[in-house]
Structure formats: structure tokens, C-alpha cells
Design a protein around this ligand. Sequence first.
Ligand SMILES: [Zn+2]
Length: 233
Amino acid sequence: MNIESLLKYQKVDEELFKVEQKLANSPYKKKANELASIAKKAQIKSTELEAEAEKLISEIEDLKNKFRTNKAKADEMTAKDIEKMSIEELDSLNALKSKILSNLNVLEKMLQKSAESINHILAEFNKTKKLYDEARTQYAVCKKKIDEDTKALEPEKEKIKKQLASLEGEVDSTLLAEYKKKRNDNIFPVIVPLENDNFCGRCRMELPKVAISRIKEKGVITCEHCKRFVYKK
Ligand SMILES: [Zn+2]
């Protein structure tokens, strides 16, 4: 089979590939990917902080309830008429009272610590939000640059695509369909020469003798390793 037309097609296609590579390797694209990753991480962190805050708020509510209960008990004791109490009763009341006061003291400290934690979470949350907002803003700038570059290269791409379309008719349709499939899988060059009579011209893998013997009849064989078409010069 004559594969000259396919080689001619690939030569033009190489120009299109170069343009595509230029866009794919744009520094803005790399930066945009980094920023998207930063924004995503910030979003996850925000969700985690929210969950932490929620847990802490419920703990604070719990502490406040305990504090109120102990405070009510303390007030109740203070209101008791100690005139009619025996010494033993008075002792036991005082012991209970001091226990409750110590409880209140501990609870107060715990509440204070929780308040500090909440403040810390809030500060972290604000920091994360700022990071997220900054990443989003910078991402938008990068995205705009990428879109501009893409648009600027569009006429060139269209021109090459037209050239390719005009060459398509000369290429065997089955071969062309397979070529396009490989090309879509980001394989380029798609067709490479056989090297030193035995090896794939791209990945240097040794090709089976049986396969090589069929190049003449089929025009091309497929390298099992890199999936490229291999032809004989
Ligand atoms: Zn190969």
C-alpha cells in the first residue's frame, strides 16, 4: 500500500500538533492548574474548619448548661436558712458548696479555653478564605490569558485544518480513521519509519519478524509497545 499520502498528511498535521503543544505548554496553563489546586485545598480546609467550629459550639453550649445548673445549685444553697441547721448539716452544706464552686471554676476555665479555640478557628477560616479568593482572582487572570492565546492561534489552526481536509481524500480511509484515533490518544508522530530493519523508529522496540514481513503488503504495521504505525522507507 502506498503510504506517501499519509506521510504528507502527517507532515501538515505536525504543524497543528506544534500549535496544540504551544497552547498545552503555556505557562499560564501550568499556573492555572496550580491555582485551581490551591483553591480546591482551601475549600476543603474551610469545610473542615466549619465542622470543627460546629463541634466546638455544641461543646460550649453543653458547658454553659452545666454552668447554669451548678450556678442554680449554688444560689439555692446560699438561700438556705442556716440558723436552723445543726453543725453536721452546716458542714455538709459547706462541703457541697465548695465542691460546686470548684465545679463552676473549672467550667469557667473550660469556657474560656473554648472561646479561645473558636477565635483561633475564625482566624484560620479568614486566612483560608483570603487564600481562596486570591487564588480565584489569579486563576481568572490566567484563564483570560489562555483564552486570548487560544483565540489568537485559532486562525492558524483553522488554516492547517483546511489543508488537512484537502489531503484526506488521498489517504486510505481505514488507515486515516486509525491515524485519527491514535492522534486523539495524544500519539504523535503517529507514523514512524522502521529502523535498522527491525526496530520501531520511535520507541526502539524490536518488532517481531512476522510482523515486519507484512509491512510490504499492508503498508504499515503497529508497534505493540508505543502503538505507532511503522512503515518501511
Ligand atoms: Zn514503538
